[in-house]
Design a protein around this ligand. Structure first.
Ligand code: GBH
Length: 431
């Protein structure tokens, strides 16, 4: 059964940050620091999903999806080391309600909300966090693996490393530029250890979600080609090669030594997966570096429509990305799940989101074109079910199929929700 779903993440929708024993996460800390998010917005309340999850499950039932990708808040489960069973109870209630509604739960164990006590020990710069993540994964699977067939370990370790540890735009707000590579390695190690822990606890299928981007050189001149290859290495290959091939790409442009790498790590990291999750938003155009520092510059893409966020809308980039992965990894590429794809409509409260309908239609078509070219895609999840806390942008970028009034918490399905519902109905009658 092809999975058609919507996606969300804990800190972006749940709120209830001090309830039922939840601990503090790095996003609570970061969002409350002055100047970190637009207008100082935080996820303190967000969509209040922690209290309104029944209504949100009903919205998904009405939409007709057969899967839901959400994330589990690590600080609800391990607020400071010891297991908080009330956190597990919440996700158990959610999972049972989803199953009751015929919707397959697809939990992600880490979508950027690291428990603050683990950050105080260095966060992902500290190798010990990997093992703690595997323990946390096993704790959740012990409770839910009998009902949850498919698990995702991490969401977008590239963005977490780049924005959180290299550029300082996301929590934990470190700006170490190229010294952030250990944060990539320790996330990957955590992923591999968690795959093993999840399987030992009875999980049937395990995946990792990477966000990947097709990289377009700004010209066919040698310096631009070289820079594009360097960016492809950092954004895509750093996170796909070790998982799928058991080795790192050449990182010499970024680091003189891989001193964080220990014997056996790559075997752990390359533990076979049942699926690879891909989040796709847009391609990236790269030129030779303008200044010292990084070996590339983002040249920007022109000549395409843009989303309210300013991101270029390039549906065929999804086909290009998927066929490119197949060419690069061949038989080492597991089945693919598109675990996120979607666009924002900015600050507007509009319900008539024709741009989102066009975006989704175009990208689903591009996914199907890749499938016709032999890429094994097993699912597609729209980001997002609800307008939600869009990280550093706060509530200013709205990605929802469902509009949320953040004063009243009233949910209003948009035109794209009705469109997707009809689209999914047609799938059922066609097959
Ligand atoms: C995802 O990250 C996250 O998983 C999710 O939590 C988030 O809400 C969602 O996307 C929407 O942001 O400057 O034009 O080159 C997406 C990572 C990184 C993808 C920035 C687009 C920049 C586009 N994004 N990237 S551009």
């Amino acid at each position: 059964m092809f999975l058609w779903g919507t996606a969300t993440a804990a800190y972006q929708i749940e709120g209830a940050v001090r309830e039922d024993g939840r601990g503090v996460s790095i996003w609570d800390t970061f969002a409350h620091e002055p100047g970190r998010t637009r207008d100082g917005h935080t996820g303190d309340v967000a969509c209040d999903h922690y209290h309104r999850w029944r209504e949100d499950v009903a919205l998904m039932s009405g939409l007709g999806v057969n899967a839901y990708r959400f994330s589990i808040s690590w600080p609800r489960i391990q607020p400071h080391g010891v297991v908080n069973t009330k956190g597990l109870d919440f996700y158990e209630r959610l999972v049972d309600a989803l199953l009751e509604a015929g919707i397959q739960p697809v939990p992600t164990l880490f979508h950027w909300d690291l428990p603050q006590p683990l950050q105080d020990r260095g966060g992902w710069m500290n190798r010990e966090i990997s093992e703690i993540f595997a323990e946390y994964a096993a704790t959740v699977a012990d409770r839910l693996a009998d009902r949850v067939p498919l698990w995702i370990t991490l969401n977008e370790p590239f963005v977490h490393m780049a924005y959180g540890y290299a550029l300082g735009l996301h929590a934990p707000g470190q700006a170490l530029l190229t010294d952030a590579l250990p944060a990539a390695h320790h996330q990957l190690l955590a992923h591999g250890m968690a795959v093993q822990a999840l399987r030992a606890a009875g999980a049937r299928q395990v995946a990792l979600t990477n966000n990947c981007t097709p990289v377009w050189p700004a010209s066919q001149r040698e310096p631009d080609l070289k820079a594009a290859a360097a960016y492809d290495t950092l954004h895509n290959r750093l996170f796909n090669d070790p998982v799928l091939l058991g080795k790192y790409p050449d990182l010499s442009l970024y680091t003189p030594t891989l001193d964080f790498l220990q014997d056996g790590d790559l075997d752990t990291i390359s533990t076979p997966l049942d699926a690879l999750g891909i989040n796709y938003y847009n391609p990236t155009r790269i030129a030779a570096p303008a200044t010292e520092g990084l070996p590339f510059t983002d040249a920007g893409i022109t000549g395409y429509p843009t989303t309210a966020f300013g991101w270029p809308v390039v549906p065929d980039g999804l086909r290009e990305l998927l066929t490119g992965l197949k060419t690069r990894y061949g038989t080492a590429l597991p089945p693919i799940l598109i675990t996120e794809n979607g666009c924002s409509t900015g600050d507007t409260t509009t319900i008539e989101d024709q741009a989102r309908i066009a975006f989704l239609e175009g990208h689903i078509q591009a996914m199907r074109a890749a499938m016709a070219e032999g890429v094994d895609v097993r699912g597609y999840f729209v980001w997002s079910l609800l307008d939600n806390f869009e990280w550093a942008e706060g509530y200013h970028q709205r990605f929802g199929l469902v509009h949320v009034d953040f004063e009243t918490q009233r949910r209003t399905p948009r035109a794209s929700y009705a469109w997707l519902r009809e689209f999914l109905e047609r799938q059922n009658t066609d097959t």
